[in-house]
Design a protein around this ligand. Structure first.
Ligand code: TNX
Length: 505
């Protein structure tokens, strides 16, 4: 009897595995999942057959690479299926596919995995789903069945503040990896603030020669050269992430004012700032040199940025008079348009004379959100009390701030953009974004403590059908997602609200 059981276990590949794809934990949860009940075995008799289309082929190769890393052995890749392959993985672009610009379909049976999408982005997202579908039991396999999936919001973003503390190219790439793995598609880079100017602007070299020297706390800062920025834009684009650069104006500009005193009202020299107060600096709004400066900065950034948007900040300009603020933001709006881009501004930007194509990012001002909507602008939602991942989880948490409250894992997950601001309907909401301000975060390890696990729930809010979102289901699934976090070496915070398997063992 014992020998008989052992024989079955040893011949695991002969004995079909019993699976249930509907029970596989996937973040973000796909729209439709159907179980086939058996398994596609991923051993060296399986091969990925490359598609013809160049971009689809690039995506398929990226998947093969990521899959090979995930399972710790290379995945076979072949140019064409000459027959004789026991099992195949194929990626196909199909014009008839009806899951939209980012949607996809995955069909897994015992001998084939078929991925179909109308656009390459869909193939890429299918690849992320497949990685999470991989399971191990004396060998790697995929549960059979079908997944049909597409996003809830078109704009699904993460912001990284590299001004308060500088983050290196490698760290920013890791942030991009986190975006892509969870099907987020926008990287908003906060490139300047009072504490530092972090992007090389060739026509105003002192912005980085001087303005990038320090960061919060007085430690050495840093900046991205234009070549490094371009490298990041390309790295992001390969993963279907659009970079949106932000230079914050007219407030949050002490680093620029210290680098070029002529941009300030007084014209007098001033020091670099390494504290964390906000709202004390402003560009001079009635000097012509200010607009020369803005034009040069926007021109250089626009030339480096293939995406359609430049973020111009506009938040917390507490020492800029209201009339001057509107005058300034109107002019900045025109400058951005002249350089072929659309402006995005924090919600105070709603006070300007918005023109079609301008976007408002709601963070705190409900009134501003309604105003923006009335002016015909699209909105990005980043409500501080739910989406600011620089807020502490609770009062005992060492990192982060708490001016917008504490945000535990449940609070970060259980908010509904479409009903959050009364008077702003779904049609006005382009999407959602989690900002990560870095006053207290010195490096990516610290950043990941704030991001994870809240990021996982945010991605689901951005992508998935809101109807099934409940705390009970989420806390169970999130616990089961822990091996994925560990596998990806994420430095996540083991919130006590989740029964993490590693803690209860
Ligand atoms: C408010 S949100 C800010 C940032 C700070 C952040 C800290 C916004 C548009 N401005 O300057 O870093 O709070 O949570």
């Amino acid at each position: 009897m014992g020998v008989f059981v052992l024989a079955i276990q040893l011949s695991g590949c002969v004995q079909p595995r019993v699976t249930d794809l509907t029970q596989t934990v996937l973040f973000p949860q796909p729209r439709e999942v159907k179980a086939g009940g058996t398994a596609f075995v991923l051993d060296n008799s399986a091969a990925l057959v490359l598609p013809q289309d160049a971009e689809a082929q690039r995506v398929a190769r990226m998947f093969a690479e990521a899959c090979g890393q995930w399972i710790g052995m290379p995945l076979n890749v072949v140019e064409t299926d000459r027959g004789g392959l026991k099992s195949t993985i194929t990626f196909a672009l199909l014009a008839s596919e009806n899951t939209g610009a980012e949607g996809y379909r995955i069909l897994v049976d015992e001998n084939s995995v078929r991925v179909e999408a109308a656009q390459p982005a869909g193939l890429f997202y299918a690849g992320q789903t497949l990685l999470q579908m991989l399971a191990f039991d004396s060998g790697w396999y995929l549960p059979t069945g079908e997944v049909v999936d597409y996003p809830q919001y078109a704009y699904r973003g993460g912001m990284l503040d590299i001004a308060r503390h500088f983050f290196s190219v490698e760290e920013i790439k890791r942030y991009i990896d986190h975006l892509a793995f969870y099907k987020l598609n926008m990287l908003h880079l906060h490139l300047s603030d009072d504490q530092g100017w972090r992007i090389e602007i060739k026509s105003w070299p002192n912005l980085t020669a001087h303005g990038a020297l320090l960061e919060v706390g007085g430690t050495p800062g840093g900046f991205l050269t234009q070549a490094q920025y371009t490298e990041l834009v390309e790295y992001a684009a390969q993963r279907f992430v659009t970079v949106i650069p932000e230079v914050d104006m007219p407030g949050h500009t002490q680093a620029a004012l210290s680098s070029y005193p002529e941009l300030s009202e007084s014209g007098k020299p001033s020091d670099l700032y390494t504290g964390i107060e906000v709202g004390f600096s402003t560009l001079a709004t009635r000097k012509s040199i200010t607009y020369q400066f803005v034009d040069d900065v926007v021109r250089e950034l626009a030339a480096l940025t293939p995406g359609a948007w430049i973020h111009v900040g506009g938040d917390e300009s507490l020492v800029t008079k209201d009339a001057d603020y509107v005058y300034f933001m109107n002019k900045v709006q025109d400058i951005v348009l002249q350089h072929g881009k659309n402006p995005i501004g924090w919600d105070e930007f709603a006070k300007a004379d918005l023109i079609p194509g301008s976007v408002v990012q709601y963070w705190n001002g409900d009134e501003n959100a309604r105003l923006a909507m009335q002016k015909g602008a699209q909105l990005i939602y980043s409500p501080a009390k739910y989406a600011y991942l620089d807020m502490k989880y609770d009062s005992t948490f060492a990192l982060g701030l708490h001016w917008a409250g504490y945000i535990e894992v449940d609070k970060a997950y259980l908010w509904h953009p479409d009903t959050l601001v009364s008077g702003v309907p779904r049609e006005a909401i382009w999407g959602v974004e989690v900002p990560l301000w870095t006053e207290t975060l010195e490096n990516m390890e610290m950043a990941e403590q704030m991001l994870f696990p809240r990021w996982v729930g945010f991605a689901e809010l951005a992508w998935s059908n809101p109807e099934f979102r409940t705390w009970d289901a989420y806390r169970t699934r999130l616990a089961q997602h822990e091996p994925v976090l560990i596998h990806r070496k994420v430095n996540f915070y083991a919130s006590p609200r989740i029964d993490w398997p590693s803690k209860t063992k």
